[in-house]
Structure formats: C-alpha cells, structure tokens
Design a protein around this ligand. Structure first.
Ligand code: C5P
Length: 259
C-alpha cells in the first residue's frame, strides 16, 4: 500500500455507519428496503448481526428513514443485546449502538451517520444495510487494511460480464475486463480523511454514489481487499429470492448461523 501517510493519531476505535434509509423502490414492496423480511428477519437485522459478529466495531450508527418505528425497535434490540453481551464478558469491548435519521441521498445519510459517531473513532466503515448477508470476515479484512495505514479500502470482486460504455443506444467503448472490479461494502476509511471529503462540495455531486469515489476525487488512494459473493446488494425481487435461497442453504454455503 503506497499511501500510508494517514496517522490515526492517539485515537482508537472503529465506527461503523450502517446506511438503511433508502426507500427500496426497486424492490417494489412499498416499505423501506431495510425492513423487508428475508428468512423471517429484516435485512437490517441480518446486517447488524454481521457487524456485531465481526467484532471490529466500538460504535455503530444506524441511519434510518424518518419516523420508522419498526427499524427503530430493531436498533434498540441490537443495542440491548450488545449491552447484555458486554455485561456477560467483562473483558469485552463496549459496543455503543445508536440510530439517526437519514437524508435524501445515500451521501447525505452517510454524513448524518458520520456526524453521530463518537469523535474518538480513528477508523470508519460505511456499510449498506442492503448487503444483508455480508460475511463478518469482510468487515475484518477492510478494518485491518485501514488499521494498517490505507486511507480508504473497498472490498471487490472480479467482473464476470463484459462491460460496455453506452451513449444513447450506441456502444462507445469496451473497457478491458481484467482491470475492472465490482465494488461492495463495507468501505473503510481513516476517520479524519472521510470527514474532510464529506465536508467538501464534491459531496453534493449526484454522480458520487459511494464514499470511495469521494476519496478518489480528492486524490486519495483507494485500496482493495477481497470481497465476497455473499455481500451482494439486495436491490431487485430476484436478489431477494437469491438471499432467501442462500439462507435456506446456509449450512451448505458455510454462511454463519447468525445471518
Ligand atoms: O439505493 P442504493 O441501493 O444505492 O442504497 C444503498 C444503501 O444506501 C441502502 O442500504 C440504502 O438503505 C442506503 N440509503 C440511505 N439513504 C438514502 C439512499 C440509500 O441510507 N437516501
């Protein structure tokens, strides 16, 4: 990793921002996506299980749609479970879990989450609640790479399809597939660097669809670690069918019983 100038100063701790304030229109269930059930539990519950099972977080901020009592109670239950777990295990780190209301765009929701994190965190992971089956190991890989000095880290997978650039209905280019990667979450960042780019005017650009892009436009190196096919984003009804099937086959696929 070449860009290792970031210092995490004397602060410690990893904050995880789970963005769950999207409307889920493309899923077509008429409720926020994070509230959609998969294997009998909400997508948000699956996501929070993975965050907590990873053991990387010292603070978790869940960004919710305004006034969503169902999702609020999911966060409250997770907070109570984390507190009980801490009480049982005196050596365990305290995981603080809280909720905030999101914004009109994903970027605005991430910023709301960032603002609510304790200033003591040195590393921030931003995770889409919609990537409900992300294995805990992906959180661990991303957090470890940021702790090792990378200012920005994204989990990636090779691209299996040939990808075309299209203008109107005409193909204008075919990028070399070998150099392409599909990007997932959690994305990990040096906390100061992420706060700085979110305070810039680029954060208002609708073309910026993830935090790693914000780091790129500010010239910061974004490093990659291995993603996982199970970290796919539940976006369409087909994705939900696949997620249900994955949960039904969890032992065969080696998916943790917590998810
Ligand atoms: O819309 P998209 O699939 O890109 O959303 C990715 C994640 O960002 C989802 O978990 C969604 O809940 C979240 N999001 C949000 N606030 C928005 C839009 C999306 O928290 N305004």
């Amino acid at each position: 990793m070449s860009d290792k100038n970031s210092q995490h100063s004397s602060r410690a701790g990893v904050g995880v921002v789970v963005v769950a304030a999207g409307s889920g229109q493309r899923l077509g269930q008429g409720i926020p996506k994070a509230r959609v059930l998969c294997g009998g539990r909400t997508l948000l519950e699956h996501s929070l299980d993975a965050v907590l099972a990873s053991g990387v977080a010292t603070a978790v901020v869940v960004v919710l749609p305004a006034g969503d009592a169902v999702l609020s109670s999911v966060v409250a239950r997770a907070a109570a479970q984390a507190a009980a777990h801490t009480a049982e295990d005196a050596a365990g780190a305290v995981v603080e879990i809280m909720e905030v209301t999101g914004g009109a765009t994903r970027t605005a929701s991430v910023r709301a989450g960032l603002d609510a994190l304790p200033p003591s965190v040195a590393v921030v992971l931003v995770h889409d609640a919609a990537r409900a089956l992300t294995p805990p190991a992906v959180f661990q890989r991303v957090a470890a790479a940021v702790a090792a000095g990378a200012p920005a880290v994204v989990p990636v997978l090779p691209v299996v399809d040939t990808v075309k650039v299209v203008v109107g209905d005409v193909v204008t280019a075919t990028p070399d597939r070998a150099s392409l990667r599909a990007v997932q979450t959690p994305q990990g960042f040096d906390a100061d660097a992420l706060r700085a780019v979110h305070a810039s005017s680029h954060a208002e650009d609708p073309a910026v669809t993830d935090d790693a892009r914000l780091m790129e436009v500010h010239g910061r190196a974004v490093h990659v670690v291995e993603g996982d096919a199970l970290a796919f984003k539940v976006t369409t009804p087909l994705d939900l069918v696949i997620a249900e099937a994955v949960l039904a086959q969890a032992p065969v696929l080696g998916v943790s019983p917590t998810t």
